[in-house]
Design a protein around this ligand. Sequence first.
Ligand code: IMP
Ligand code: MG
Length: 399
Amino acid sequence: MSGTILVGTSFGDEGKGGIADYISQDADMVVRPQGGPNAGHTLVVNDEKTILRLIPSGILNESVKCVLAQGMVIDPFVLHSEIKSLIKKGVKLKDRLFISNMAHVITPNHLAEDRSEHSANIGTTKKGVGPAYADKASRKGVRLGKFIQDVKAGRVDKHSFDWAVREAVEDIQWFVCDTSELVYNALVNNGNVIFEGAQGTLLDIDHGTYPYVTSSNTIAAGACTGSGIGPTMIDEVIGISKAYMTRVGEGPFPTQIKDDVEKSLRDAGNEYGSVTGRARRVGWLDLPMLKYSVRINGITSLALTKIDVLSYESLGFDEINVCVDYLLDDETCEYFPLSRLSDVEPIYMSFLSWKAEHLQSKLAGPAKEFVKFIEDYLKIPVSIISYGASRESTFKVAA
Ligand code: IMP
Ligand code: MG
């Protein structure tokens, strides 16, 4: 039995899709426990770009089963268009894609509500995710299984949909089942199951920068509640972080870069939202935040992504910064000041920058020293490195 949780260590967009794609080459099942079409995973396989918002990236590996678990909120139109586009690409979905009958449905009313001023102040992705979770918590929501029954019985308007949704339901229904038992059985039968968390730790509804968060538990524990398996079935929690940081939407971001370097780094890393196209805010790697993330998630090792970007000649960095502590009220912090992140001033250490030749299938020079420093600081190993968008530029670090 082997259960591995992949979790974003900061504000989402850490490159989880790429790491999930890489490690799902050896997996039997990939499960998405929570979130909805607010996520966007950009995958590059055989030079071809695919963006998936609901279906886990593992779907492109033919031997992998993919599960959309009951902690998710699902927009039937988005799901339908992903199913259609995968079929068009020749991806086989029968007996490979399983969608929970207990996941909640995002309705047109939820989408309308997510265009409110309140949502704009948070900077949501406007995909109806928050309102759908709110209805779920107030026990007014509709689960996918019941929804399909209603639509087939002609009760479409009951959920603020128009008739167009019948076509979506027609195609979706074949994949809908009780997924928690499926996941359990895979684990019990020695399957290699990956839980692909969406968004990041600091966007968690309980442990993030509330109210500037998403509406689900994005942390590792959320993978258990979302998919309906016990914590004792998890062996590993891999945290994902870029070698720098980004945040899209509002909320505190201590290491955000406040000069022209922000734009150069954004362009170098192509840091524009895959769902909304929004420019992401860009900053230096924040180790106190990562340390918090290691604690909250019980992270056992780290995957470090986009380590190549800081070496780009277009940036011309001789040195890069890493935040090692915060100043708060003129003192350094003994603890992680989650509720006062807007008031901290980061303390940076600078590191020699590296070059492309330091990144080929193993690390050398300043890149190696950078990674060693992170490992010592966080007291966990860096187990995976990626230095480009393709599978070929991702490698496991020898222990
Ligand atoms: P919502 O999830 O659309 O309600 O958005 C709430 C906050 O989470 C906003 O700041 C979004 O930008 C952010 N967010 C939601 N999903 C993602 C994601 O997949 N990557 C990065 N940020 C996200
Ligand atoms: Mg994303």
